[in-house]
Ligand binder design. Structure first.
Ligand code: SAH
Ligand code: SF4
Length: 382
C-alpha cells in the first residue's frame, strides 16, 4: 500500500473536526454537515471566518454574533484549538523562532524575521522534513515526516500573530507584513495545501496579507510551477544555487529530473511574472564551489529575458556540513558583477543564527534537544 503523505495518519487526527484551515465555503459545508440549513450555514460561515482570521479568536464563546444557543453546540462539536508552541527562542537580532507541535512527533519550525519587506516576514514550513536532499541544507538531511495540512500552515501565522499580539488584523503598523514559504520542506510537493493556505492568508476579510507579499520558494519542481502561478498568484522564488547542470545535480539533486533549461523555461512561462513582479533567484554562497566571477557572469547570461532579482544567501553552517561560506569579499565581488548587469542582488543578512533560525538550519536545534532529552532520561533511569 502506498503511504499517503498528504494527510495526517488517522491515529494523529483530532477526533473533533477543526474549522481552522477552511475557507468560507469549507466552513459552510462543515456547518451543514453539523445540521444547519444551507442559507444560515453560509451566513454563519462568514461570521466565523471573520472571528477566526480577522479577530484571531479560537473560542466560540467569544463569537458574540453567533447566537447564545449555537455557541455551546459548536464548542461541543468543533475544535478550534491552535497547535502548541513547544519552544520559543528570541535571537539577539529580534528574530523569533517557534517550534510548533501539530501532533505527537509532528513538529515544524516557523521563524519571524523583523525588518524584512515593509516590516517583517514570517517564514513558514510546508512539510515536516523534506524528501529532497540538497547537500548544503540541514532540513534536507532529515527524512520527511509528512506534509502539513492547510490548517497547519495557516496556524503558523495565527500562532505567530498571537505571540506578537497582533489581533485583530491591523490595517496599518503591522509586524508581519510578508509571508515566505522558506521554512522546512518543498512547498510544491504539497501544492494543494499551500494553495488553500495562501488563499486564506491573503483574503482581505481575514489575515489579509496580499498575494504580492507571499513568496513561495521552490527547489524547481517544474511541472507544478504553472499551477502555483495560475491559482496561487504568489511571488515565486527559485533556489538556483548553481549555473551548470553538473554542479546543480550535486547541490540540488532534483535538478537531475528537472534540469536548468527546463527550469528557466518554466520561469519564463510563469504566469504573472513581470518587471513589477519579478522572480527571485536564490543563490547560496559556498566557498570555492559556486562563487567565482565566471559563475556570476554565467548567472547573468542564464537569466536574460526573465524578470528577475537575485538574492545572494551567505551559507549558514550546521554541524557536520561539508561546506563553508564564501568570504565577504568574494560575495561582494560576485554581487558587483550581478549588479553591474542591472540586477538588484541584495545579500541576505543571516538572521537568527544564534538560535539556529537562519536559512537551512531549521530543525537542527529541536533534534539536538530531543537527543539531549533522551540522554537526560537515560541518566535518570540509570
Ligand atoms: N525547499 C524550498 C524552500 C525552503 S529553503 C527551497 O529549497 O526553495 C529556503 C532557502 O534557503 C532555499 O533557497 C534553500 O536552498 C536555502 N538554504 C538551505 N540551506 C541553507 C544553508 N545552510 N545556508 C543558506 N541557505 C540555505
Ligand atoms: Fe528541501 Fe529546500 Fe532544503 Fe532542498 S533546500 S532539502 S528542497 S528544504
Amino acid at each position: 500500500m502506498e503511504l499517503d503523505i498528504t494527510k495526517p495518519p488517522a491515529s494523529m487526527q483530532n477526533p473533533a473536526p477543526t474549522l481552522l484551515g477552511l475557507d468560507r465555503a469549507g466552513i459552510a459545508v462543515a456547518l451543514t454537515q453539523f445540521g444547519l440549513e444551507a442559507k444560515p450555514a453560509k451566513m454563519r460561515a462568514a461570521q466565523i471566518y471573520r472571528w477566526l482570521y480577522h479577530q484571531g479568536v479560537s473560542d466560540f464563546a467569544k463569537m458574540t454574533n453567533l447566537g447564545k444557543e449555537l455557541r455551546p453546540q459548536l464548542t461541543e462539536h468543533f475544535d478550534l484549538s491552535r497547535p502548541t508552541i513547544t519552544e520559543r527562542l528570541v535571537s539577539k537580532d529580534g528574530t523569533r523562532k517557534y517550534l510548533i507541535r501539530f501532533a505527537p512527533g509532528v513538529e515544524a519550525e516557523t521563524v519571524f524575521i523583523p525588518g524584512v519587506g515593509r516590516s517583517g516576514a514570517l517564514c513558514v514550513s510546508s512539510q515536516v522534513g523534506c524528501t529532497l536532499n540538497c547537500s548544503f541544507c540541514h532540513t534536507g538531511s532529515q527524512a520527511l515526516v509528512r506534509n502539513l495540512t492547510a490548517a497547519e500552515i495557516v496556524a503558523q501565522v495565527l500562532v505567530a500573530r498571537d505571540d506578537l499580539n497582533e489581533w485583530p488584523t491591523p490595517s496599518a503598523g503591522r509586524q508581519i507584513t510578508n509571508v515566505v514559504f522558506m521554512g522546512m520542506g518543498e512547498p510544491l510537493y504539497n501544492l494543494q495545501n499551500v494553495l488553500m493556505a495562501t488563499g486564506i492568508i491573503s483574503d482581505g476579510e481575514g489575515i489579509s496579507i496580499s498575494r504580492r507579499r507571499i513568496t513561495v520558494s521552490t527547489s524547481g519542481i517544474v511541472p507544478k510551477m504553472h499551477e502555483l502561478g495560475e491559482h496561487g498568484q504568489a511571488m515565486l522564488a527559485i533556489s538556483l544555487h548553481a549555473v551548470s547542470d553538473d554542479l546543480r545535480n550535486k547541490l540540488v539533486p532534483i535538478n537531475k529530473k528537472y534540469p536548468l533549461a527546463e527550469l528557466l523555461q518554466a520561469c519564463k512561462d510563469y504566469p504573472g511574472a513581470s518587471n513589477a513582479r519579478r522572480i527571485t533567484f536564490e543563490y547560496v554562497m559556498l566557498d570555492g564551489i559556486n562563487d567565482s566571477d565566471a559563475e556570476a557572469r554565467e548567472l547573468v547570461r542564464l537569466l536574460a529575458g526573465i524578470p528577475a532579482k537575485i538574492n545572494l544567501i551567505p551559507f549558514n553552517p550546521w554541524p557536520g556540513a561539508a561546506f563553508a561560506c564564501s568570504s565577504w569579499q568574494r560575495i561582494e565581488a560576485f554581487a558587483q558583477i550581478v549588479n553591474k548587469a542591472g540586477y538588484s542582488s541584495p545579500i541576505r543578512t543571516p538572521r537568527g543564527r544564534d538560535i539556529f533560525a537562519a536559512c537551512g538550519q531549521l530543525k537542527s536545534a529541536s533534534i539536538k534537544k530531543r537527543a539531549s532529552e533522551r540522554l537526560r532520561a537515560r541518566s535518570k533511569n540509570n
